[in-house]
Write a protein that binds this ligand. Structure first.
Ligand SMILES: [Zn+2]
Length: 150
């Protein structure tokens, strides 16, 4: 217990901040450490021993792309799960037995796993609902873009 506490403390010290989109060492809005990220970290730690417990963020330059990707991921995941459920209902309806129910469940599970292929994590704070925070965050970026355009 004491040892792991010490480890996490030393990890905190030399933790680096990386943008999940461009992979550069940058500051930005921190992403939420959800079960998917926890699983990836666990696998990296246990199998590849490469987990450095970095802070993961979305930098302001990447925010627009991130928001687009996140939206696409969420809607695609809904579609996949919806398809799986429809398939399950249809297979049970057409052949009402345990076998088709299991096949339907397996297909649903496969679609669910597939939906994580372009996984885009959630942000730790809901900046999209806070117009002030969002415009403040994007302000510097937009200014830069304006400069580039003129
Ligand atoms: Zn970035």
């Amino acid at each position: 217990m004491a040892k792991s506490k010490l480890n996490s403390k030393s990890n905190m010290k030399d933790r680096k901040t990386y943008c999940i989109m461009c992979g550069k060492e940058k500051n930005g809005i921190e992403i939420k450490i959800d079960n998917v990220i926890k699983t990836i970290r666990y696998i990296k730690k246990k199998i590849f021993h490469t987990e450095r417990n970095n802070r993961l963020v979305v930098c302001e330059e990447c925010y627009q792309t991130y928001a687009k990707n996140r939206k696409r991921f969420v809607s695609r995941q809904r579609l996949y799960i919806g398809l799986g459920v429809v398939f399950l209902i249809f297979s049970v309806f057409l052949a009402p037995n345990v076998g088709s129910f299991i096949i339907g469940l397996v297909i649903l599970l496969l679609l669910y796993i597939l939906s994580f292929l372009n996984y885009t994590p959630e942000l730790s704070i809901s900046i999209t609902n806070d117009k002030n925070k969002l415009s403040k965050f994007l302000n510097t970026h937009n200014k830069k873009e304006l400069k580039n355009n003129t």
